[in-house]
Design a protein around this ligand. Structure first.
Ligand SMILES: NC(=O)c1ccc[n+]([C@@H]2O[C@H](COP(=O)([O-])OP(=O)(O)OC[C@H]3O[C@@H](n4cnc5c(N)ncnc54)[C@H](O)[C@@H]3O)[C@@H](O)[C@H]2O)c1
Length: 373
């Protein structure tokens, strides 16, 4: 199967390629050698995590070395905790100890955590050195590796410190997904489903037709789903690079309720994807009242999420607590909770929803859970 190439062209930024395929990791070094910004890099620093390193560091480093690069690596702990200022500090110090100069580059080999952290340290070390994304989770391939948001978490909240920095290249090698567990797989599927609802009829109905294949990890369907999601994300980011024009808000579809579910159930109880899928179900139902969303859309989206292995959660929390959690979210403005709702497939709106309307829907949501038990 030949590799797929997508060029991400964001105004004011150097265009970069996203390569998607089953063997693109083996060609990583050769691809980087062709990039003017990287070809003469005196050293590349591969940043990976404790799960991904033992699986794929050798393959990545071999490819880079074969192309003539000098390679060092740093392994950070696996999981969200690595997205911290403390770990970023350790990485900056390690970079300095390796005498990395501005013409060196960082290669992020891992999921969204490694990608966000690597992008953050690369964009700040010596006021910015290039970085490359080698995403190893489905979520990172379809979402976080493209678009240039980097960051770390503070105790006060997720992603509170960060930068915008586009990668120089993205290498999405779908073979590495073989070792990804079902939970992480479903996380990626939720983001693809989200993209399809926001994007277009064409993408959404393609997803309806290929949900089983995607769930079964059919390589052709997986490649196509990643490519469609990357094109979607790249188009959104091209219109709103720094999240200042309101366009990028659409990427938060499903996240308003999703974040509240994650916070109240306890982080890690449900995967991020499961929470986002629940949030999509809720937002579409809310849309019926506030944006004229059709019941057909609600049903079709339920069907898609079910087919992807993202069933409605058998969990609820008191409506008042859910509302309070939504209000604590950093994306809330002036106390009003805002939802991205699909007016139709491919047509979304950001709506500030009055508390009483949200509470009524949360009560219906909670009652639905009780009835299902
Ligand atoms: N920058 C953005 O635009 C953006 C967008 C969405 C999410 N994010 C961020 O992404 C992060 C979540 O990313 P994620 O879901 O990839 O999580 P993650 O990076 O924590 O990876 C999930 C788990 O899978 C493991 N793993 C990764 N690749 C593997 C592989 N091929 N085989 C086996 N195990 C593997 C990791 O070690 C980890 O334990 C969050 O911090 C979120 O804020 C960023």
């Amino acid at each position: 199967m030949p590799a797929t190439k997508i060029v991400v062209n964001i105004p004011g930024e150097t265009p970069y390629d996203v390569r998607i395929g089953a063997t693109v990791l083996a060609g990583l070094g050769a691809s980087l050698k062709k990039l003017p910004a990287l070809s003469a890099a005196p050293r590349l620093l591969v940043l990976t995590d404790a799960n991904v390193g033992p699986l794929y560091l050798d393959a990545a480093a071999s490819s880079l070395k074969e192309a003539g690069f000098r390679v060092s690596h740093i392994t950070v702990p696996a999981g969200e905790e690595a997205k911290s200022l403390a770990v970023a500090g350790e990485v900056w110090n390690a970079m300095a100890a390796l005498s990395l100069t501005r013409d060196c580059a960082v290669v992020a080999l891992g999921g969204g955590v490694v990608g966000d952290l690597a992008g953050f340290v690369a964009s700040t070390y010596m006021r910015g050195i290039p970085f490359v994304q080698v995403p190893t989770t489905l979520l990172a391939m379809v979402d976080s590796s493209v678009g240039g948001k980097t960051g770390v978490n503070l105790e006060a909240g997720k992603n509170l410190v960060g930068t915008f920095k586009q990668p120089a290249y993205v290498c999405a090698c779908i073979s590495v997904l073989d070792t990804l567990d079902e939970r992480e797989w479903a996380c990626g599927c939720a983001e693809i489903a989200k993209a399809s609802v926001i994007d277009s009829d064409e993408f959404f109905f393609w997803m309806m037709d290929h949900a089983e294949a995607l769930r079964g990890r059919d390589p052709i369907a997986v490649t196509e789903a990643i490519a469609r999601s990357v094109v979607f994300k790249a188009n959104v980011v091209a219109e709103d690079k720094t999240e200042s024009r309101g366009v990028r808000e659409c990427l938060n579809y499903g996240h308003t309720l999703g974040h509240a579910v994650e916070a109240l159930a306890g982080y890690g109880t449900f995967s991020h994807g499961a929470a986002v899928a629940e949030g999509m179900r809720f937002a579409a139902r809310l849309g019926v009242e506030v944006a004229g969303t059709s019941e057909e859309l609600v049903a079709a989206q339920d069907e898609l999420l079910d087919a992807l292995g993202l069933p409605a959660l058998a969990w609820s929390a008191p409506p008042e607590e859910m509302l309070a959690a939504m209000k604590r979210d950093k994306k809330t403005r002036a106390g009003a909770v805002r939802f991205v709702v699909p007016r139709d497939i491919g047509d979304w709106e950001l709506v500030s929803v009055p508390d009483d309307v949200i509470l009524a829907h949360l009560r219906a949501w909670e009652a639905g859970k009780e009835a299902a038990q």
